[in-house]
Design a protein around this ligand. Structure first.
Ligand SMILES: NC(=O)c1ccc[n+]([C@@H]2O[C@H](COP(=O)([O-])OP(=O)(O)OC[C@H]3O[C@@H](n4cnc5c(N)ncnc54)[C@H](OP(=O)(O)O)[C@@H]3O)[C@@H](O)[C@H]2O)c1
Length: 272
């Protein structure tokens, strides 16, 4: 599994399993176990997903040693607003059944994120978090954070897929030395991206699935991808995109699908 080096000194596998909207308990535990069986070594959850316990269960059931797995969770908005980063982090660890996480993210840029970041810096220093980062941050949020932060974010996890490629923000993060994780890479649950005629055509051309075409496009853009699935066959097939390459021309054609259509809210306008 290919890894990307983070500015906080550790590597992150470029493919991770996303578990947004995966039900806690058996559904999550199975997805995580299958992903680890398929040699994923990176799982992306969040406190608000309500399935950290299932993630922990899946990891333990897999038999894969904890230290071989890159585990991410996220600090939820209400906990940031209420200044309870340390408590929420402890709750996440207890639910996951682990004593550290590899990556802890500010989930959305809500009021109080600068103070939450300082608490995350302390937890990082104490060895409870191997890398700290943000999610859904525009450049101006990164600018605000920079004023009080001692540690620069290792990653920014943002929406990006061919219908909303968010390429300017990705390039800006890369210029700042911040790695980018892309969410809803397949166009999100209930989306129509994978039915796009161009992706269907390229799937035919390369003898791959539309999902593999999109994920490969991301790998070649040097971003970290977090496809979600609860199906064993899809979890396995989504992994199989490290052994072929899209031509420069096809990379550009996929980029040409841009239509500024978000799946989620703009981080400057959301109400949760
Ligand atoms: N930081 C944030 O604010 C944020 C926001 C959203 C998401 N995320 C993270 O990013 C991850 C991915 O985003 P997402 O869950 O929104 O959407 P996604 O990964 O783009 O798409 C998931 C959808 O695609 C389907 N799917 C998966 N593999 C497929 C395949 N090979 N062929 C056809 N369909 C396939 C899944 O169905 P099945 O499950 O039925 O297979 C599901 O309906 C999340 O799970 C989460 O970890 C983060």
């Amino acid at each position: 599994m290919k890894t990307i080096q983070l500015n906080q000194g550790i590597g992150i596998p470029q493919l991770g399993l996303g578990v947004f909207q995966t039900r806690d308990g058996e559904e999550t535990a199975n997805a995580v176990r299958w992903a680890l069986e398929a040699e994923y070594r990176h799982i992306d959850t969040a406190r608000i997903y309500g399935n950290e316990a299932g993630v922990g269960q899946g990891i333990r059931a897999s038999g894969v040693p904890r230290e071989e797995i890159f585990l991410t969770t996220k600090l939820w908005n209400e906990d940031i607003r209420r200044g309870r980063a340390r408590e929420a982090f402890a709750e996440s660890l207890a639910a996951l059944g682990t004593d550290y996480v590899d990556l802890y993210l500010i989930h959305w840029p809500v009021q109080g994120f600068e103070q939450a970041w300082n608490h995350m810096e302390e937890l990082h220093k104490a060895g409870k978090i191997r890398a700290i980062g943000v999610s859904n941050f525009h450049s101006h949020h990164l600018d605000s954070l920079e004023k009080t932060a001692r540690i620069q974010p290792a990653v920014n996890q943002i929406e990006s897929h061919p219908y909303f490629n968010n390429q300017e923000l990705i390039d800006e993060c890369h210029r700042r030395g911040i790695a980018v994780q892309v969410w809803s890479p397949l166009g999100g649950t209930g989306g129509t991206l994978l039915k796009d005629p161009l992706l269907q055509e390229l799937a035919q051309k390369y003898g791959r699935t539309p999902a593999q075409i999109v994920l490969r496009w991301d790998i070649q853009r040097n971003v970290i991808v977090l496809p979600k699935s609860t199906h064993r066959d899809r979890i396995f097939s989504n992994r199989d995109m490290f052994d072929f390459e899209l031509s420069g021309e096809d990379m550009e054609r996929i980029r040409g699908l841009q239509r500024n259509r978000r799946v989620g809210p703009d981080p400057d306008h959301f109400n949760f």
